[in-house]
Design a protein around this ligand. Structure first.
Ligand SMILES: [Zn+2]
Length: 375
């Protein structure tokens, strides 16, 4: 991972690069970031930069033998530790047992989460970082380094350490020479206090919409589509990536079903729709509403500026065009958006979602139906 491949976090990247080049990076650091902030990607970029044979003042080369091995998670001096699951009738598991799937998971998306990782292992089991794993780490770091000056440990989700994490305290306090420990933490309150107090905290910032948009554009997305996902993702680049991959079709279908029920005044269909929506998570509900707001904004722009459609999928453009043909326009859109925003507000405050979606369905219908008849 190059620093330049990490979305946003410019200030922190510069600070860390400066500390590495001055030889002043603390030997035990805690990269604290929310989901999708890029803290694991940053840990990998740090490990790569420290060991790169041809680094520039601002980044690794990305092509030397060391960089290539680290990119593949195959460098003998860069160790990864992460939550694993137990296997029946086998001794407690360690990261070594799961390194092959872990490489595959990280290659797909270094912004992924612990839940996604455990799902990826395909078992509905609790994740854990075991005592055996902690002892294994100590053993590994006691050895002389193989190829590089520094031995590096990246521990992803140290929140999974139970009390056994205290086995590591001596290592953190009196590290073996040329050893860097990088903890990649998401929920600091779940991390052992003894580890928190012995590591230097480097917090990551919430990504801005513009930073996420830029990341998605680099992945080949159209700029306005990228901005739309960035807004929905609320600072979580992992979420933005997922949105850009697959969820859009599902939302388009949800939106279409809702509008069909509303326009045709089909009570049964509407009740079904409300029940399904109420069954989803709060996050899902909020994201759907945000998605619909964005579609309405696109409709408004298409009608009045005539350019927005480039950012839409074929199905979305069709839906937006239908709305416009049905007379949903400059009078209706500004009435609809506050209804939807209010609903987001109430979802955040734990409103009963069945009542809420039923209520806003009626409100939206009251705006849509007259539009249908007037024009
Ligand atoms: Zn290199």
């Amino acid at each position: 991972m190059l620093f330049s491949q990490i979305v946003g976090q410019q200030e922190l990247k510069e600070k860390i690069i400066y500390l590495i080049n001055e030889g002043r990076l603390p030997h035990a650091i805690n990269l604290l970031g929310h989901e999708g902030s890029g803290h694991l990607a940053l840990a990998m970029a740090i490990a790569q930069y420290i060991n790169c044979k041809q680094k520039t003042p601002t980044d690794s080369c990305g092509v030397c033998a060391s960089c290539i091995k680290i990119q593949k998670l195959q460098h003998p001096d860069v160790h990864f530790s992460f939550p694993t699951i137990s296997i029946a009738k086998k001794p407690p598991s360690t990261s070594k047992d799961f390194i092959v799937p872990f490489r595959e998971f990280i290659a797909q998306n270094p912004y992924g989460t612990d839940t996604e990782w455990l799902d990826f292992l395909g078992k509905e089991k609790q994740g854990n970082i075991t005592a055996l794993e902690c002892r294994d780490i100590i053993q590994k770091l006691l050895l002389r380094s193989f190829e590089s000056e520094y031995k590096i440990l990246i521990m992803w989700y140290p929140e999974y350490l139970g009390k056994e994490g205290n086995i590591l305290l001596k290592l953190i306090e009196e590290p073996t020479p040329n050893t860097i420990l990088i903890f990649v933490t998401t929920v600091v309150d779940h991390l052992l206090l003894t580890i928190q107090s012995r590591t230097q905290l480097f917090p990551l910032k919430r990504l801005s919409d513009a930073e996420i948009q830029e990341g998605l554009i680099r992945k080949g997305l159209d700029p306005s589509k990228a901005l739309m996902y960035a807004r929905i993702a609320e600072g979580n680049y992992n979420e933005a990536l997922k949105l850009s991959n697959d969820i859009e079709d599902e939302w388009l279908m949800i939106t279409r079903n809702w509008l069909n029920a509303l326009f045709s005044n089909n009570g049964l269909q509407l009740v079904q729709w409300v029940m399904e929506m109420a069954d989803g998570s709060k996050e899902h509900q909020k994201k759907f509403l945000t998605y619909f707001i964005q579609l309405l904004e696109h409709a408004f722009r298409i009608k009045h500026i005539g350019s927005s459609h480039l950012a839409l999928l074929e199905g979305e453009l069709k839906l937006v065009t239908t709305l416009l043909q049905k007379g949903v326009d400059e009078k209706e859109i500004p009435q609809l958006i506050p209804i939807l925003n209010d609903a987001i507000y109430h979802i955040e405050r734990n409103a009963n979602s069945k009542i809420l979606f039923h209520h806003i369905s009626l409100q939206v219908q009251q705006v849509l139906i007259p539009a249908l008849h007037e024009k």
